[in-house]
Design a protein around this ligand. Sequence first.
Ligand code: SF4
Length: 412
Amino acid sequence: MNSSPIAVCEDPDVHAGPALFSGLDSGPSLAAHREQYGDVPRISLADLTAAIDRTGLRGRGGAAFPFAIKLRAAADGSRRPVVVINLSEGEPASSKDSALARTRPHLVLDGAVATARALGAHAVHVVLPGDRPLTVAAMDAAIAERHDRRMRLVRHVASPRFVAGQARAVLELMAGRPNLPVTAWTPEAVAGHRSRPTLLSNAETWAHVGRLLHTGPPAGLGTDDEPGTTLLTLRLPGARVAVREVQYGASLRSVLPAKDDAAVLLGGFHGTWTTARAARRLKVSVPGFRESGLALGAGLVLAVDDCPVAWTQRIVAYLAGQSARRCGPCLNGLPALAAAVSAIDDGTGTARVEQLAGLVERRGACAHPDGTVRLVRSLLTAYPDEIDRHGAGHCSWTRQATVVRRLRSVAS
Ligand code: SF4
């Protein structure tokens, strides 16, 4: 199995921000958190739903699904709901959930605990990432500080696999089965853990819920259509990994390097390539990115000063090895797609890549094949000239013949 082309970073620089990352200097302890925010907010389900409606909160795990829809679905079920904090950040390049665990664990826990109380749930499940020991230790320390007998905090540790954080894979883990996605026809908010309505969101989403319940709507932050902030993981050439809290509507220019020849991957390994010049014109916005054919996804901004074709070849080879190998598009399609993307260097063109992308898309039980196709298609759109150059045996970034680059990569 190919390893990730990017190593996990659990210790990013975390910059002070206007909401989630305010008051960082006082540290992550429960005492400091209570000093800043007070006790866990007590709120009725009706008031919680109204507060969520006012802010239009969307999930920050990648799909940007409206939180209010999941909340209502979980509340409308006839059985007692289950609440889950998903910290199993399967995206190796993203560090935002690790940053939250290490700096703001009690804001995350407060959001989930207050919601669980409003829903009448008796437990909050905390799903931790198996490949991030510092993150696990930080959340364990935070859980150990809390002593609420009426709200159990139940921890689980996910497998170190890209698809392990997918919602259905998390439910499989919680049920004691292999931590892999499975086919499901009903949303987990309707029938999830043990067929109960399950409100499952990632750590950043719960931190926004916690902040909202403690301080009210994010006045003056973001735009009218997208109030508030979001976290970005910044991986820029020659710089330490950083996590920044930015307002919706802010320009990406402020966080990107000035170099026009940098290639920029937005969203994550299921995200989209663009050029640095195009990225600097963007504002941070889920619909704005969509209108530009891009994806904010898990909030990754990866700028590289080497070849995006070679990066994509490595990422797709990694993603092909990360599937659960249960559906045809993953079992057969993604390895074939990885081979076709790699064969661009042999002058085979992109017809086979396009064909396989069409065959794989929308046929998996989860979004893994679609996300991989999105990445590949964005390379074809953003760097057509470079693909032609590779087909002719050259790479503009390395100034080497692609065959030499390939031999060097195999040798290393
Ligand atoms: S599409 Fe792939 S990752 Fe998703 S369930 Fe099927 S085999 Fe697993």
